[in-house]
Design a protein around this ligand. Sequence first.
Ligand SMILES: [Mn+2]
Length: 369
Amino acid sequence: MKMTFRWFGEADDSVTLEQIRQIPACTGLMGVISTYAAGEVWERDAIHSYVEGVRKFGLEVEVIESVNVHEDIKLGLPSRDAYIENYRQTIRNLSSHGVKAIVYNFMPVFDWLRTDLAHPVGDGSNALYYDDKDLEGLTPLMLVKQVEAGSNGFTLPGWEPERLSELEEVLEKYKKIDKEKLLEHYKYFLEGIIPTCEECGVKMAVHPDDPAWPVFGIPRLAHSKEDFDKIIGLVDSPANGLCLCTGSLGSNPANDLPSIIRHFGMKGRIVCAHVRNVKHLGDKRFRESSHLSSDGDLDMYEIMKALFESGFDGWIRPDHGRMLWGERARPGYGLYDRALGIAYLNGLLEAIKKQAKQRFRRILLSSIS
Ligand SMILES: [Mn+2]
């Protein structure tokens, strides 16, 4: 598996490529070109300058995140065909610059959601936090504005300002869409783009709903093993895969991550992985923690072991981190805690690999003795 780091581009990230290249074993990025709104074609020139800029630092750009799906596609509106064609063109353009995987989501309106972006951890650091009760009495627009105000001046993924003006109008349209309808629209989208992915050698990786349950009564399709079985069944192709985000799925304690990883890993459908830990604080209430198993409620050793043992050979990255040591960055995307996360994941992986090798050697010796 290849270790990577999310990077939003020179103009939109407090972390530099010079810093990223110094993180042990980090060979590339899960990149983002944040200038494009959902539905727009990502132009070759912009992709070229982003990718070449990164390559100068010896880093690869084989994964691109947040190629957002236009709401008209999710709503199944007649205009969706034009947006699907744009998406196909974006896939072609990205693949012509060496991109092999695209992370996206099919969540209506909201991308990830938190009710506090700087919740005190108790040791002087802070982290992203969610409490379902905090949503009571809040309209979606109020929540979005609250998130925007706490974002340290950075644009948060999924909360791009140009989307805010249309928020209420779009929410109104979703009143007519239930889970089944949304799944139908999802199938239509995948049928439109997966053949293009196959032609170009690109894999799609759907990101789970975050948190792993519906919010504001809007249907969501991707937050359990059963959901993902349905999704990969919509179009049966290795190009129709998953971005296994442990923190998103793990926000619901009912999701058994090592077992989910083995299930989809054996099928060869995990394209990439976001690995982080969460601390459950009550019903639909959690805080993000450091990556260390004992700091949260996910067993990171078992998660990494499941990835390794299921033959996962895609891209992996630390996901969000806490804000440490006075760093000022986009919430969740500072340098320090994500770099610490990589160091820890590297350590787990080295031990898992060596254990596997020793076990193999023992079996081999016992079979010839
Ligand atoms: Mn994630």
